[in-house]
Design a protein. Sequence first.
Length: 499
Amino acid sequence: MKTVNHWIGGKTVEGASGNYGPVTDPATGEVTTQVALASADEVDAAVRVAQEAYQSWGLSSLAARTKVLFAYRALLDANRDAIAELITAEHGKVHSDALGEVARGLEIVELACGITTQLKGELSTSVSNRVDVSSIRQPLGVVAGITPFNFPAMVPMWMFPLAVACGNTFILKPSEKDPSAANKLAELASEAGLPAGVLNVVHGDKVAVDALLAHPGIAAVSFVGSTPIARHIHTTASANGKRVQALGGAKNHMLVLPDADLDAAADAAVSAAYGSAGERCMAISAVVAVGSIGDELVEKIRERAEKIKIGPGNDPASEMGPLITAAHRDKVASYVKGAADQGADVVLDGTGYTVGGFEKGHWIGLSLLDNVKTDSDAYRDEIFGPVLCVLRAETYEEGVALINASPFGNGTAIFTRDGGAARRFQLEIEAGMVGVNVPIPVPVGYHSFGGWKDSLFGDHHIYGNDGIHFYTRGKVVTTRWPDPSEAPAGVDLGFPRNH
């Protein structure tokens, strides 16, 4: 059986704890790989390697850093398919979706390639008599990233390229459910010329996470995952004196007004709710239909959802793959099975779905729930699967109030032809990312990604300008130099005394 080990100091390091976790092919249900789970001592060893690498990397020139990053970008581009194949094999998403994930991660690498302009400081001259003031940004030291299973390449690339471009060294703790993509990213970085110890990958479970949160040698922690864990990460790491950006869960709403193009809205709802099997924090999991359009919209969504081809991610005909684990599949199914008892109309029931020849895979079909109540489990919880809830509202104001009452505030969208309504929505809605006739408003790399309320803990969003500020700290220098004409007697610098 294949074993995924750690990547520390520019090379593979075998796990020493004796503990291993299973990695399953979601399409077959078979355990194909085992991953080493680090002890606290192994985490400490990785931190010490990163600290040593920081002594030189933190002082390296911007030209040296960007040279590596440009080479890294080229290698990632050349290895898109290989990375995507690893993602599909361990996560289960279809190959085209995995390729899209790599492409979105590449955006942040490209942003990091331009770090020379992003790290320019500021200068004010003559703020007083021969006094100048400058502002500069410097790296933090050793920083860590803890990333989720649903985007095993993209989310790590939201973190470490900017961190190392800013002069930090990085320890990545990826999900133990699909660890191979992280190692591939680190190997390619080494091939691109990144010095040993600048990027390290330590695999593990809660033991490794807790060790990272407590270690005094780590200056900052980035996290993407569920809200309960994000809250724990933020509280624990902050208590240990670390800077933290912790992105949590979501319940993203799509408000559809009566004037909207319902065909476009239905297309968007199906794509945003069921793409990547709903296992993404930017999935649309709740559609709010305003006025009398609800029945027609639900029917259009149903017609489209029934045509989605579900199958193994490496089958080019598949449009949606399996869920990550059997336990998660069963949890998602439980929300559908209990929906009717809590007042919802089950328009499509995807539970019990299977794929011929792959009966042991973690399969579930698409589910559509109509007339969902706001106090039901299917609405309140982040299901993280292919389940779409439809709620009804009589007016725009009622719809906005419903959305704003949610404890989550990650992303949201409005579908309308009315520019005035769209403008009101983007100002009145309480969420960090807003789409206008765009169902999944994930910002491009040079704008930052992050939510509000229980979807974000910490002051910084991820990547973009916020990411650069998170991985650096500001310093202000006030300088006063005497004029050469004021040199001590007996020293002639060649300036006239009456200068």
